[in-house]
Ligand binder design. Structure first.
Ligand code: SF4
Length: 230
């Protein structure tokens, strides 16, 4: 398990060193959820190029952009490995769509949260079963509720450690890593999409706007989908 000393050490290590440390310390049960965004591409590159024993998975909500599938396929070719894909329960999606409507998430926050729960949270919970450490690509400057997140923390609800190796990186650090390591990324980023989620719930942002302003833009809520409740 992760001791206090390990947690202190992780604060000193670089992201890549930390990933190596944690996956050598815990041989089974280290998992990484990628949304295929820029931060997640950085971590994916660090894991796969170092052949770390980490399960890498993504959630296919059924409402992603074509570009997500393109990048997933490119990743699989480049690293000669497969990112596992988790889908929602078909019965949940059928019930929601047939009772509420195909785009019901626009009609109320409650509907939106229910859609995220069915298409993201439930599959995530399944993917995290038996996980001991969950690696994320969260950065503190992404939103106010991530500002005080530590590098590593115990998630009491999920009974696992959550490790955020890029938590203190700024956006330029991410761009520099991608460029220096020639890591492929979503072609949408060049069209003004920075934080990219499902296609119907993401829009491009204007210069100077918060990157998460393009997510659920019709809401004034906290711009979170329940994956990283804090
Ligand atoms: S982001 Fe939108 S389409 Fe995707 S799961 Fe949430 S509400 Fe549904």
């Amino acid at each position: 398990m992760i001791s206090k000393e390990d947690a202190e050490l992780l604060k000193q290590l670089s992201a890549e060193e930390g990933l190596k440390f944690i996956s050598s310390k815990i041989s089974e049960g280290v998992v990484f959820s990628t949304s295929l965004g820029q931060e997640d591409q950085v971590i994916t590159d660090m894991i796969f190029k170092n052949h770390l024993p980490v399960k890498v998975f993504t959630l296919d909500t059924g409402r992603l952009f074509y570009e997500h599938y393109e990048l997933l396929s490119q990743n699989n070719s480049r690293y000669k490995t497969k990112t596992e894909v988790y889908f929602p329960e078909s019965s949940d999606v059928e019930k929601y769509v047939n009772e509420k409507g195909i785009n019901a998430f626009y009609h109320s926050i409650e509907n939106r949260k229910e859609c995220c729960f069915i298409r993201k949270v439930k599959p995530l919970n399944r993917a995290l079963e038996n996980a001991k450490v969950w690696i994320t690509g969260l950065r503190s400057e992404q939103s106010e509720n991530r500002e005080n997140m530590p590098v590593i923390e115990w998630d009491e609800d999920r009974k696992l450690f959550k490790y955020n190796p890029l938590i203190h990186w700024n956006y330029q650090n991410v761009l520099d890593y991608l460029k220096e390591n020639k890591v492929q990324e979503l072609s949408l980023h060049k069209k003004g999409f920075i934080s990219v989620g499902c296609q119907p719930c993401t829009r491009a942002i204007e210069e100077g706007e918060n990157p998460r302003a393009g997510r659920w833009w019709w809401e004034s809520s906290q711009k979170e989908c329940g994956l990283h409740s804090h």
